[in-house]
Design a protein around this ligand. Sequence first.
Ligand SMILES: [Zn+2]
Length: 319
Amino acid sequence: MTDRPQLIIPHITAQTAFDRAAEKRRDTEWLDTQRASPEARLFLLIDLKFAIRSDPDRSKTRLRPFTARELGSVGLEMAGASFLGIAEDGAPLFALCLSPSEAARLPDGAETFAPLVDLRTLANQGEMPPAELTLAAQMRGLAAWHATNRCCSRCGGKLELREGGWRLDCWACGQLHFPRSDPAVIMLITQNGQCLMGHEPRFQDNMYSVLAGFVEPGDDIETAVRREIMEEAGIRVGRVEYVASQPWPFPHQLMIGCWGEALNSDLTLDPVEMPEARWFGREEVRQMLDKVHPRGHFVPPPLSISHMLIRAFADGVLG
Ligand SMILES: [Zn+2]
């Protein structure tokens, strides 16, 4: 995701060991051949949680692969599976995503495929290979889009799966719908060897992170950074530089990581969005990263780009 060697890479990335074969998705005959292949591997997502398998000592976790026959034996069909790509060994990869009500119709309900684990937990555990986490992130983003696009947003008509799940066509008005990635900026703002971090009401107690916000219509990246920091903290930002980006499938954001230079230091906080924020020095941030802060403050774990930006500040790479 970046060529800056000093930056650590978050656990969830776009780095991948499989070929998405996006150029072949439109070829329905080719897709049907892949679906019918005995080599095809299916992964299962139930209520956005993954069927997994672990080593006996639980040191390694992998996505649990199924054959079409295995899933067929409990009444699940390949027809609704989304195409993910082609594995390094040539096997076609598919994702079958079930809602809680669909899972309830299985012989033993969702328990049939236990254990089911969510992506955040898998990424935090650090026991799943990065390439599989990338695959899981792609599956989750696509599944979340399908889950919230049951009918046409233009006319309310029924949608039909196309291109292996990467397009939804309206049966009534013909509108084509494509998977969304919502751009959001996340920024390390610094001044005089200090960085700005805040505690949002939705955070765990004692967790502080760099500030973030959605890119709005009419924004470019730099404007979004400056606007969000002014809105939430009353800080004017001068120079803004792009650092790195990250797919963030909760549900489907593209996080655009930036560094920005503050032009003033007195904070005026938005009482709703950012009731608590302040400047942190490098030594204090290191204590938070190492979880030895005297008041128990800490920062987000390594799955996210926020951790990468904060680590880069602590190491003197940014700011
Ligand atoms: Zn429509």
